[in-house]
Design a protein around this ligand. Structure first.
Ligand code: ADP
Ligand code: MG
Length: 357
């Protein structure tokens, strides 16, 4: 058996700057098209969140990129090299999945060492690199524990260390946090982000949780029915959604009936500019953010049906006289009581519109 001696530093990026390009990728499952010509470019060192509802094709896209799934059309380029014929173990990618995939009969350390053993790295380097990778994810103290002696969050840290210890060019994470409770989820996502930045590793992070996507990613790719609707920074997606799907999926919106004439939509008698290009006229659904509605002295009359204190803000649901419920986000100092009569106004920020839903 030959042993490859490698430098012990896991903390140093393997190589800087790997680019990933998916170009017109098509994937069919028994006649059903799961990816319909998907295009996505990830810059070297960039952290992209692939966000979309369950069943839209996120896992398929990730598996296609990793080589776990053969594609039926299009191409995948890593550092501008087409990897169509490159098998999964030669694509040099680290993967973390939703379900804990640790080997139950191995300790945390042995789990992390496993990939290096497969690569025939000598035992001394293996050990020091695995120790270092566990340190990176804050688990040095638990190196000798078995999976059943670790919490879900700790197991995912081991899985992350295991993915990183081989110094992959690209890190792929498929809903790695969705089995964890809320607090652990937030702590671990921030930690993944920190490590990703430290290593400068090109990363694709799949999630159906829009808050998670907006919180961690450089850019978010919003996916719907086998394709990407929009790629943008969290701010771009939130403030300037390109499609109704994005407006609806990213952040909260009130979906209200409106009428478009010449780029202006009138909602409950109040004219609002329409975001982006406006191919529509006539009856539409307008997406009005809760923070773009305010409690006012005069305006649309309604009744408070619920109000909740969310720490830095208050969210209140108001039923209008036509039965429509509008969500308003407002200052905690503006108190309102259940059943109270209030008036609403739109602040006048531009809104996204879609054909009437
Ligand atoms: P997501 O990860 O966004 O929830 P998936 O990529 O898992 O979505 O699935 C996309 C679509 O492809 C779904 O309609 C799913 O049912 C289908 N699909 C996924 N894997 C297979 C498979 N191995 N065989 C057949 N259909 C599949
Ligand atoms: Mg999935």
């Amino acid at each position: 058996m030959t042993h490859v001696v490698e430098t012990p530093s896991t903390a140093a990026p393997s190589r800087t700057g790997t680019s990933v390009k998916l170009v017109g990728v098509i994937k069919d499952y028994a006649g059903q098209r799961a990816l319909t010509g998907l295009d996505l470019e990830i810059e070297p060192g960039e952290f992209i969140a692939l966000l979309g509802p369950s069943g839209c094709g996120k896992t398929t896209a990730l598996r296609a990129l990793s080589g776990l799934e053969q594609i039926d059309g299009g191409s995948i380029l890593i550092d501008d090299v087409d990897v169509a014929r490159t098998p999964v173990n030669k694509r040099d990618m680290g993967m973390v999945f939703q379900s804990y995939s640790l080997f139950p009969h191995m300790t945390a350390l042995q789990n992390v060492e496993f990939g290096l053993r497969m690569r025939k790295v000598d035992s001394a380097s293996r050990r020091s690199r695995a120790v270092e990778a566990l340190e990176m994810v804050g688990l040095s103290a638990l190196a000798e524990r078995f999976a059943h002696q670790l919490s879900g969050g700790q197991q995912q840290r081991v899985a992350l260390a295991r993915a990183l210890v081989t110094r992959p060019r690209v890190l792929l994470l498929d809903e790695p946090l969705s089995a964890l409770d809320a607090k652990v989820r937030v702590a671990l996502r921030d930690e993944i982000r920190r490590i990703q930045k430290d290593l400068g590793i090109t990363t694709l992070f799949v999630t159906h949780d829009q808050e998670e996507a907006l919180a961690v990613a450089d850019r978010v790719a919003v996916m719907n029915s086998g394709n990407i609707e929009q790629v943008g920074t969290p701010e771009e997606l939130y403030l300037n959604p390109a499609t109704a799907f994005v407006a609806d999926f990213v952040g909260l919106s009130n979906k209200l009936e409106g009428t478009v004439v010449g780029g202006v939509v009138t909602v409950y008698g109040q004219p609002l500019n329409v975001l982006g290009e406006v191919p529509l006229s006539g009856a539409v659904t307008a997406f009005v953010r809760p923070e773009d509605v305010m409690l006012a002295d005069a305006g649309l009359p309604g009744t408070v049906v619920s109000t909740s204190f969310l720490g830095s803000l208050r969210r209140t649901f108001v039923r209008l006289t036509d039965g429509t419920i509008i969500t308003v986000q407002h200052d905690v100092a503006e108190r309102c009581e259940l059943g109270e009569s209030v008036s609403l106004r739109f602040k006048g920020r531009p809104v996204a519109v879609a054909p009437k839903q």
